[in-house]
Structure formats: C-alpha cells, structure tokens
Design a protein around this ligand. Structure first.
Ligand code: SAM
Length: 276
C-alpha cells in the first residue's frame, strides 16, 4: 500500500492561520517536503514539531520528485508545504501532485490559506465567476499577448505579482484593458501592513507612480463589461477612427477600442488599414 501525499497549506503572513488539521497532519506524517526548508523550519518551530525535511522546489523537482514518489510508494506518508499558502497554486507543488496522480499514489488536499482566494473575497469585485491567471509570463511580448487575449474576459481576473514588476504590470494592464477598468490591489494580506486599494487601472498606476511598491501583491481586476457581440467590428473601427482623428496612432486606437469593446485588436486594426 502506498502512503499518502498530504498538501498542507501554510499561513500567508499570520501564523495564527495554520489550522488544527494542518498542524496535526504535519505532526503525523513520516516526513515533510518543503519548498524552502529554512522557511518551513520557522513554522515547525512555532508549532513545536520536529520532523525530517526534504527539499522540493522549482530547481530540484526533477531529481527530488522521483525520490519522494519512491518513499510514498514504499508506504511512507509525506506532507508537502510551500513557502506560503496552498501547495500547487502557482508554486512547484503542482508537479509533485501530477507525479503522484500518474503513479496511483493518493493525494489528500487540506483546505487553508490561499492568497488568491483571500484577495478575491476582500476585493469588492464580482466573485460569481473568476479566472485565476497567476503570474503573467516574464517576457514582454508574451505578457502583452496574454493581456490582449484577456481584454474581453468577462470574469473577474486574479493575478499574482512581485513588487518590482508592479508598475510595469499596471501600465500594461491599463494599455490592454483601458484606464477605467476597476482593480483591487491587495497588499500584505493577513500581515501588519495589510492594505486594500480599490480603484481603477489608471488610479492604481497614478498611486504607484508616487508610492514605492513594497510587499506582496494580489491584483484583482474586474472583467470586461461589454460583450464583443454587442459592438460590431464596423462600429469598433468607427470608434477607433474617432480616436485617430484626435491624434492617436492606429495601433494605440485599435488597442484601446479592443479593450473597451472586446472586439479583437487585429480585427479593428485590419479594418483601419484596409480602409473598410
Ligand atoms: N501557493 C500560494 C498561495 O496559495 O497563495 C501562492 C504562491 S506564489 C509563489 C506567491 C505569490 O502569492 C506572491 O508573489 C503574491 O502575489 C501572492 N501572495 C502570497 N502571500 C501574500 C500576501 N500575504 N499578500 C498578498 N499577496 C500574497
């Protein structure tokens, strides 16, 4: 009989958020796989738990994953913890869960802290339907393409972002979705300096042009309110022409109208250059 891989969520800032079941599981397993053993030791010390730790992170998962799998197949039980929050959500845990699933090793997820859901629930934006986008791709071209595809997304969107990238990301979101789109910036959740800034993309960019982005951020961005089918490509091209008449370039006009109407930027741009 194989052992069980337990996915154990850890606090995203406030140590009081570790659940009784999470602590019991960490005490009961044979060993713990941790993204950063130094970070997890601090939590284990707080809980007064002593357990053998192995390291499992982005850069060693190809070697470490099969070793953990072999121990599980031999009957040991393992708790997977990442630096903060729910393992497998925008962190290396995903790979270990897949490996176990492929080899018939049972996986048990314990519910608990997750930055995305904590931010969504406090955002004040629609929570009825949402799309978790995690981190945007690091390369500029791929980021822009991803955001262009998301411009017509009607569901509330959840992004993770590092503070040193925040200003650039806000500028890119504004260019892709338009200045008036609503955003809630959820910073340092559950920590001493927790802050929720509910504003527009333009307001957020202006705020962080002044303030230095510090700490951890989740960005909750409202979905598009206009359905692509309510604005025809011809009407979208006309809107773009009026922006061009005011001095905007064809490219920028196509991007802005695409963000506002949900009609594809390429469709608008092609209509502009073909003169139709
Ligand atoms: N698995 C984790 C979870 O369940 O939330 C997410 C891991 S991901 C590598 C780390 C990102 O989560 C950070 O860059 C930040 O965007 C977000 N995050 C984590 N803790 C946060 C906090 N206390 N406040 C705001 N965002 C946080």
């Amino acid at each position: 009989m194989p052992g069980i891989l337990y996915l154990v969520p850890t606090p995203i800032g406030n140590l009081g958020d570790v659940s009784a079941r999470a602590a019991e599981t960490l005490s009961a397993v044979d060993f713990i796989a941790a993204e950063d053993t130094r970070v997890s030791v601090r939590l284990l010390n707080h809980l007064e738990i002593k357990k053998p730790l192995v390291s499992y992170h982005e850069h060693n998962q190809a070697q470490s994953g099969p070793k953990i799998l072999a121990r599980l197949q031999a009957g040991e039980s393992c708790a997977l913890v990442t630096d903060a929050g729910s393992p497998a959500i925008s962190d290396p845990g995903e790979g270990l869960v897949r490996l176990c699933a492929e080899h018939g090793v049972p996986v048990c997820a314990i519910p608990g802290p997750c930055a995305a859901i904590t931010a969504l629930s406090v955002s004040g934006l629609s929570t009825a339907r949402f799309a978790f986008e995690g981190f945007l791709p690091p390369q500029k071209k791929e980021r822009r393409q991803r955001l262009e595809r998301l411009a017509a997304e009607e569901r509330t969107m959840i992004f993770y972002e590092a503070p040193h990238r925040l200003r650039e990301t806000l500028a890119e979101l504004e260019a892709a979705f338009g200045p008036e789109r609503k955003i809630s910036l959820c910073r340092e959740l559950t920590k001493l300096h927790e802050e929720i800034l509910r504003t527009t993309l333009h307001g957020a960019a202006a705020h962080y042009a002044e303030a230095e982005p510090r700490g951890e951020f989740v960005l909750i961005v409202a979905g598009s309110e206009r359905r692509a089918e309510t604005v025809t490509p011809e009407a979208a091209a006309d809107l773009a022409r009026s922006l061009i008449a005011d001095g905007m370039s064809k490219k920028d006009a196509a991007r802005q109208v695409a963000a506002e109407t949900g009609v594809s930027r390429n469709v608008i741009y092609n209509a502009l250059i073909s003169g139709s």
